[in-house]
Design a protein around this ligand. Sequence first.
Ligand SMILES: [Zn+2]
Length: 603
Amino acid sequence: MALSLSQLNAAPLEEATQWLAGLYEHSPWIARGALAERPFTSLAQLKHAMVRVLAGAGIEPQLALIRAHPELAGKAMVDQSLTAESANEQSKAGLTHCTPAEFETIQQLNRDYNARFGWPFILAVRGPRGTGLPKAEIIATFARRLQGHPDFERQECLRNIHRIAEIRLNDLFDITPTQGNRVWDWQEALAQHTDPGYAELGQLTVTYLTDAHRACAAQISADMRAAGCDTVHIDAVGNVVGCYQRDSALRISDEGYSPIFHKTLLTGSHYDTVRNGGKYDGRLGIYVPLACVQQLSQAGKRLPFDLEIVAFAEEEGQRYKATFLGSSALTGDFEPAWLDQVDANGTTMRAALQHAGLCVDDIPGLKRNASDYRGFVEVHIEQGPVLNALDIPLGVVTSINASARYVGEVTGMASHAGTTPMDSRRDAACAVAELVLAVESRAAQDADSVGTVGQLQVPNGSVNVVPGHCQFSLDLRAPSNAQRDRLAADVVQAAHTICERRGVQLNLTDTMRASAAPSDAAWQARWEAAVQALGVPLHRMPSGAGHDAMKLHTILPQAMLFVRGQNSGISHNPLESTTSDDMQLAVDAFAHLLNQLATPASD
Ligand SMILES: [Zn+2]
């Protein structure tokens, strides 16, 4: 018999603790501590209460919990002394059917891991979809995490323990994240299309207007139609546009419905990827709203407004220098000059568009009339470590950061590394090294600014020559233009001061400046209400990465919702991952937002 939340809320503490005793290996105290916070309105709320109990317990109880777990495919599995929950998980991941070679590899990893960290390796082997990770992936993850820092690895074990508990809780309550699974499966299917050269390596790369890119557009069109969109088309830049039309029986004059309720809600994200990228970057923001359309369509429900989902054709700037091609077309910022840009093979964008059967003359006509729309919302995987570290599944974006980029070159004096005394050098690399540390400390002074020197070169440097030249890049970001400008002014000042003191020449060129896109207050508040209605803790955060919403910001009020990424939120990388449970929460939050917009009192 599956448990229900109302039963759990009503039961005496010890009985309720007993029910949840299997969630955390031999550690019923975690559930007991969380149950003190009853009643719970959702499983997400209960899960986070347990996260907080463990986080507040301190390192020793955390380590004891980690050590209470069996080794993967270890002695306990072989002599069948696992808990019922562990036995189920290890068998679902196929660990009970290892080849002798796999078994020996895992045993060696177990020994190495234990020697390094002093506790067993913990991995939620049922994985992000709950159905079991392939053994090869388990072994690869094991080997990778063996290289981690002990503090990080302890936290990563605890995060995996919470994921294990989440899956066990779903089993206990007989809950399936049906729509989250669907969103997960849609993205898995879409990831089958990848550019030539990458397909062979099992890597995901979908750049603008390649065959794989066009196959993605066809796939997304089919998914949109099957999910219930009334109209679907591919526009002149390759965006896939699906519309779920409003309730045509509702009239503007109907009670409580002002004209604004009939304005279209625009949403979406991009389907192109970086080279060897992840499956969720961009695509999550297409399929989460599509799951809502499917739910509405299956229930025979209509909204009082059109819901327009745009799968943007290009955001990442991989094939051509220009970026945000898809969303620029909607805001009227698509530059005709971009059509003459060439890719690495010398193919112009114009030729690529024509080859794809798209009509470049129709691009200006894609510009949206802002007065037809109520706003733009975008769901996106976080692409950073913040939510993962906090163990919070969703984040509400306050602003897309402003940024400034520079390229710099310092010229000192090349001289003999053996004969030039330390006090008579003009070392260009030392000056830049000092600048790198100045950037680090100045950016850290603001809680939410970031500064990076990602490229650093001594051109034609030699092992026995004091560097005469050093080239570097500088990337600065902050949630507002003013904060970015203060940061940039201080860093530029520091660069000049350092170079003057060292007697070297600085040449700094401003290469890019992008304005912040602060979330619209009313739209941000809608996401916040949606997140809180799910019982998920509210976490507000700026977006350090650029997104299509940044473009739409120029014509419409916008706000974004972030979904936690696994593996420290790594993105632009095949390790990018998020669970179907978190995807389900994103679908639920989106559905809540739609409901708010459909309710006359909300505006
Ligand atoms: Zn993206």
